[in-house]
Design a protein around this ligand. Structure first.
Ligand code: SF4
Length: 250
């Protein structure tokens, strides 16, 4: 099990799988040196030990891989995490794009579990250009509606990539389902760049350290558009953190 405390944050980051079956071309987890392209899963014993040690704490669960990816159907490690979280009263902020099996849904508790759903847009063709194996827009939306109706807190992780209009569409269509927004412009990795044949906008990207990132001026414009459209609290993440002054945080 991968877990570590993040400086200045109240929680531990936690993953049970290394590498992810969802196949997002922008995925930074696959590009980090420690991933080594090697698939790996936690064990039941590790999960039990960590949750026993961290009784009453809080974990961000699903940071570098989706906990409910294909492997979960066979290995059921995320199910074990949910059960250990209930047993030891460990709060989980669950980061996912997946649809949870019913067996997992039955373990959820709104007092312990909250969710963060990520979207690059609401247009399925656009989503499939970057995400090869994620549930599509409506599938994720239905899951959010179900969780919201059961009293779970949901954060929308909005991840603009190339076209801000695609992200604004998701923001609008999911309105009312989330209580907070996290914004993070995604980077494009050099190794994947050939896949984006429609990338005429690449001229607006700066290249650094094998990654392309939208220039700051355009990211600022995009954030202004998101602020104009949103009715809830916004937090900026990743490379956008340096623009936090725009949402009243330093
Ligand atoms: S779902 Fe998340 S962890 Fe999995 S491939 Fe996509 S970006 Fe990476």
């Amino acid at each position: 099990m991968l877990w570590k405390h993040i400086k200045d944050r109240p929680h531990y980051n936690c993953d049970i799988y290394r590498q992810c079956d969802m196949g997002c071309l922008y995925c930074y987890a696959d590009c980090l040196p420690f991933s080594c392209k090697k698939r790996w899963s936690a064990t039941y014993e590790e999960i039990e030990r960590v949750f026993h040690e961290k009784k009453g704490d809080m974990f961000h669960f699903g940071v570098m891989s989706d906990p409910f990816q294909e492997r979960e159907y066979a290995q059921k490690l995320a199910l074990h995490v949910l059960r250990q979280s209930n047993k030891h009263k460990v709060k989980l902020l669950i980061g996912t794009k997946a649809i949870m099996p019913e067996e997992h849904m039955r373990e959820l508790d709104p007092d312990l579990h909250s969710f963060q759903f990520s979207f690059i847009g609401a247009d399925d063709r656009f989503i499939r250009s970057f995400e090869l194996g994620t549930p599509l827009f409506n599938e994720r939306k239905i899951q959010m509606e179900r969780l919201k109706s059961q009293g779970f807190d949901i954060t929308l992780r909005l991840q603009p990539i190339i076209y801000i209009g695609k992200s604004l569409q998701a923001l609008k269509e999911l309105d009312g389902l989330y209580g907070k927004i996290k914004v993070e412009h995604l980077k494009l990795y050099k190794k994947n760049i050939k896949q984006f044949s429609f990338l005429d906008n690449i001229k607006y990207y700066t290249f650094n350290d094998n990654k392309y990132l939208l220039v700051e001026e355009l990211r600022r414009d995009n954030i202004k558009k998101i602020l104009a459209e949103s009715r809830v609290d916004i937090k900026l993440h990743g490379s956008d953190r340096c623009l936090s002054y725009m949402v009243g945080r330093h």
